[in-house]
Each structure stands twice: as C-alpha cells, then as structure tokens.
Ligand binder design. Structure first.
Ligand SMILES: *Cc1c(COP(=O)(O)O)cnc(C)c1O
Length: 442
C-alpha cells in the first residue's frame, strides 16, 4: 500500500537505502598502527618515554609550536595548561557555558573558579562581546573552545586578553587541524590543551597534548605532572629547587601504546581530514537554502575551516518551520535512516556541580569557596547557551567523500524540512532535559 506522505515517519520511502559501509568508521586503523602498537607491547616499553618523545617532536612540528607535552588525557593537558598560566587559589577563568566539562572543571582542583560566558548562536562558540564584562581583577585566563570544530574568533579574543593582561588557553579537543584565518587552531593563544581520546577527530586511544611556545608555561606543565622529566634541565629559576617530584602530585605522562598509535594517526591526519572536509562541505552545499536548517561552518572565503569536523551539528531555525520542535524534526530525520539527535551538551552553569556541590569540605559550594564574591549564574543568565539545546541536531560525520551516499543523507534533511507541515500536528515540543552533560554517545 502506497503511503500518502513522502515522509518515512508516516510510511513513505526512506531516504537512505545504500549501505554506508565504512563511511563512519573512525579512527582508520591499518597494519601500520597494529605493528606500531605490537612493537611497544613486545618490547615491554609501555611506560617508557622514547615513542612519546618522538610523537611530541612530530606533533610540535605538525602543530607549528615550539613545545608539545603529551598527557594521559586531554583533561590533564588542560589542567596543566591552567597551572602553566598560574591559575591558582582565588583566581577566576572565563569559559563558555556550552562545552564539555573538562574545558574548565580542573580549575576547582587548583583552588580557582570559573565564570561562564555566553555563546554566539551562529558559531556556538564563546561570544567575544560577552567576555570583557566578566573580567575581574582575579581573572587569570580565558579558555576558548573551538566548539564542534568551529574556529573561535581569535583576533577579538587576543585583543581583549592582551588589553587585560590575561592568558588565553585554547581547548582544541574538537578542532584538531582546524584553521582560523590561515593559522592552525592551537597556535594562537598562549597555550592549548587537546584531547586525543578515541572519540575525537585525532583519535589515538586515551591521550592529550599540551602545546605552547612559552618556555615557562611548558616547564610549569612539566613540573606539574611529569616528575621524571622535571630535572636539572629546567631553565625556569624558581622551579629548579623543586625538581624531581611532581608539583601537582600527578602522574600525567602518556601511555606509550597511545603514543605509538598517535604517530601513525598524525602521519595520515591531514590527508584524512581533507577528505572529511570535502565530504562534509558537499553535504552542506546540497542543503544550501533549505528552510529551517543552516550549516555550522565558517563562511566560505574566510580562510578558516573546521579541521576534522568532530561532532558535527546543524543549526536549527524553527521560526522558518512554523515553530516545529527540533525533537520532532530529528525524529522524522531518524525515520529516514539517519542518526540525528536533537541538542548537544547542556550549558554547564545549570549543573549542581557549579551551584551547590561542596567537593572539598569548605563548608560552602566549591564554586565560591575561594572566590571574593558569589559568581554563580542562575537559570536565565546565559540565554544563548540555554537556548542552544533546541537549536542543534547532530548530522552524519562522513569520513569519506562518496557523493552518492552523502546525497541520500542530505536528501533526508531536505525532505523533512520541505514537508515540515505534516509534522506540526504530532509535535509535542522539546522535553525540558534535551541534551547531555557529557558526550556519553562515544
Ligand atoms: C573530550 C574533551 C576534553 C577532555 O579530553 P579527554 O581526553 O576526554 O580527557 C576537553 N575538552 C573538550 C571540549 C572535549 O570535548
């Protein structure tokens, strides 16, 4: 029986009929990776440093920074970056509310706290115009996140930071290989922390990389969690008498199985990302002008691009679809044979961890334990971050440029958007708890 509707959710034909094959398989693992891992395993060199030092050297060269310091997680590299920037007791960092918690949370264990800035709805990244009003005499650093790969407007950020003499930490966990006005993400701020865990676009197992051109930041990061490398080669005077033991009490070096995978992944990364970009841009080009949906990518001819397109999402404009909820929209897309999840990461300032939790027994919430004022941010205080869940949906993360397959996926979005009227009737709206606190999808 032929359905009256063309939408699969009402019995019409599905848009996606072709087998995607290895279209979404990531990372791409070859014999080269297997052999590199087996070499480390068989040699019993899992906790050694030789492969890691090689990886750091190659990473620094690829990144275009003087120093690269490998960590066991991206979270650790970001904590080390904060310590490197002298974030300490009573200090504040500024961070967008829309990000994964590891962008900012380590500031708690340094005795510091975080002030969230709102985002720009078009980029989903920190809104540069919302930073300056949040700077206080205690602000030490701005953490910027190239969220879902979108390059933050670094020129504006750096101008603000230099004016107020505060550091900029780039969280490049979503944007490895991305470019802002011709410059690689991670080379513009004072220091960058980069997750390399398996869900990310540069995926090596578990791992993180700190990169900087600043010797003092680098040596502070070495001192923080790399005791065996914190020795008599340290040049920063005040650190020298402390050498030999980790200042943070942490052991943050990278597992060499990760370093071995990292070397191989890095070698092919630019070429593989190039293909991802071609595929993702092709997808969005097919959807140019479709009502209700917009590409989340920098303008063409901006000399900026998205690197490996980690966690790609589309922007949603319900006002162009008579208010159709993104939940209903995504449901119809899924019926077409496409994994499409509404929302993304919930704005962090609404979580109890940033409002009520007393983690260290200060007798008051950790957020304000060492702060000079109550800087907590109630619901309603960051409108763009709070609205973002209803304005985002995941799109397929293509790893290969295969136009015939990509066309089917794009058709699903076009068909649903163009037939949105059929969906209005059964639309129950977005649930209050749209989005996730962490990317548990991975
Ligand atoms: C994944 C991620 C991190 C943390 O990295 P791990 O390697 O998982 O510790 C930090 N910031 C952002 C934005 C991330 O997505």
């Amino acid at each position: 029986m032929k359905s009256k509707s063309s939408l699969a959710i009402f019995g019409g034909p599905k848009s996606v009929t072709k087998d995607p094959g290895d279209m979404f398989t990531w990372p791409i693992i070859t014999k080269e990776d297997e052999n590199a891992v087996l070499e480390v395993l068989r040699r019993g060199a899992m906790s050694n440093l030789d492969v890691t030092l090689q990886f750091e050297k190659e990473f620094a060269a690829w990144q275009g920074r003087r120093y690269a310091l490998a960590h066991n997680t991206g979270t650790a590299s970001l904590e080390a970056a904060m310590f490197g920037c002298k974030v300490g007791i009573g200090d504040e960092i500024i961070c967008p509310a829309a990000t994964y918690w590891a962008s900012c949370l380590a500031c708690y264990s340094l005795g510091a706290t975080v002030v969230f800035a709102d985002i720009d709805p078009d980029t989903q990244c920190i809104d540069p115009s919302d930073i300056e009003p949040r700077i206080s005499p205690r602000t030490k650093a701005i953490v910027v996140v190239h969220y879902m790969g979108y390059p933050v407007d670094m020129d504006r950020i750096m101008r603000i930071a230099r004016k107020h003499k505060i550091k900029v930490i780039e969280d490049v966990s979503h944007g490895q290989g991305g470019v802002y006005k011709g410059r690689k993400l991670g080379t513009i701020g004072d220091v960058a922390g980069i997750s390399l865990m398996s869900g990310k676009s540069l995926a090596i197992g578990e791992g993180g990389m700190l990169v900087t051109n600043d010797l003092e930041i680098y040596e502070r990061a070495l001192a923080w969690g790399h005791y065996e490398r914190f020795g008599n080669k340290i040049k920063t005077k005040y650190l020298r008498p402390l050498a030999g033991l980790p200042l943070g009490g942490h052991k943050y070096r990278m597992h060499q199985l990760s370093s071995a995978v990292g070397r191989g992944q890095l070698r092919h990364f630019d070429q593989r990302c190039g293909e991802i970009r071609r595929a993702m841009n092709f997808f969005w080009d097919l959807l140019e002008g479709v009502p209700g949906i917009r590409a989340h990518r920098p303008p063409k001819n901006s000399n900026s691009h998205m690197g490996g397109w980690f966690a790609p999402h589309g922007l949603y404009r319900p006002q162009e679809l008579n208010g159709l909820s993104v939940t209903r929209f995504a449901e119809a897309i899924r019926a077409e044979g496409v994994s499409c999840i509404p929302g993304m990461l919930r704005p962090l300032h609404l979580h109890p961890l940033f409002n009520t939790a007393d983690i260290y027994g200060h007798g008051k919430p950790t957020r304000i334990a060492n702060a000079a004022r109550d800087l907590r941010q109630p619901p309603g205080s960051l409108p763009a971050s709070e609205a973002s869940q209803g304005l985002l949906y995941s799109i397929p993360w293509f790893k290969h440029y295969r136009p015939e397959i990509i066309r089917q996926y794009a058709m699903a979005f076009r068909k649903v958007a163009e037939n949105y009227r059929e969906l209005l009737k059964g639309d129950k709206g977005d649930p209050a708890n749209l989005g996730l606190w962490s990317a548990s999808r991975h």
